[in-house]
Design a protein around this ligand. Sequence first.
Ligand SMILES: CC(C)(COP(=O)(O)OP(=O)(O)OC[C@H]1O[C@@H](n2cnc3c(N)ncnc32)[C@H](O)[C@@H]1OP(=O)(O)O)[C@@H](O)C(=O)NCCC(=O)NCCS
Length: 170
Amino acid sequence: MITYRNIALSDHQAIEDFDLRQDDHGEIFCKDELDEIFTRENSFVVYQAFVAVDGESIVGYILCMIPKDYPKQRHILRCVVDKDYRRQGIGSELISRLEPREVGHKVTIEVAHEEYSELAFLRSNGYTITSMVEDEYSEEGELEMEGYFILTNEKKPPMELAQRLKWRMN
Ligand SMILES: CC(C)(COP(=O)(O)OP(=O)(O)OC[C@H]1O[C@@H](n2cnc3c(N)ncnc32)[C@H](O)[C@@H]1OP(=O)(O)O)[C@@H](O)C(=O)NCCC(=O)NCCS
């Protein structure tokens, strides 16, 4: 059975080992970096992470940062599920732990333009594309930075009755 919990300091090495086993070319979070971001003082952001665990093994995790001055927003840095455990709802369980529950709260994530499976996953979890950054090329025409979409899941205020009736009439 898969269980979900907050990350613990003792998970950091297991997460580095987990990331090294993955094939998604995503960022690898090494133990030292995780130790540093979760104990950093005087930072503008705080970090939050949840892990999915099967027995003793980490089979997925989600890591986000929250600006201290703007705690209504969270930005996902990584959401990943072990390739042998995908399409069982684990990614959705992890991302649901960050779901915005109060009006005005939102969660963002960056995804490369052609990552169709990630986009499909995010759409199925309530995210929509809210911005796009174009590819950047050098003067010689070489790709310098791959473009990406920013996707957002935002808790919107409920539609007013007058607006709901107007929409139903159209
Ligand atoms: C993206 C990722 C986290 C999804 O995890 P997961 O546990 O497999 O996702 P879920 O089982 O919760 O999928 C929920 C829904 O998302 C969509 N989805 C998930 N993976 C998909 C894929 N490869 N292709 C198309 N749709 C997909 C489907 O609608 C799926 O529902 P279904 O299985 O009933 O059809 C996982 O594939 C992964 O770790 N990929 C590599 C890392 C990565 O790309 N991270 C991106 C951050 S979003």
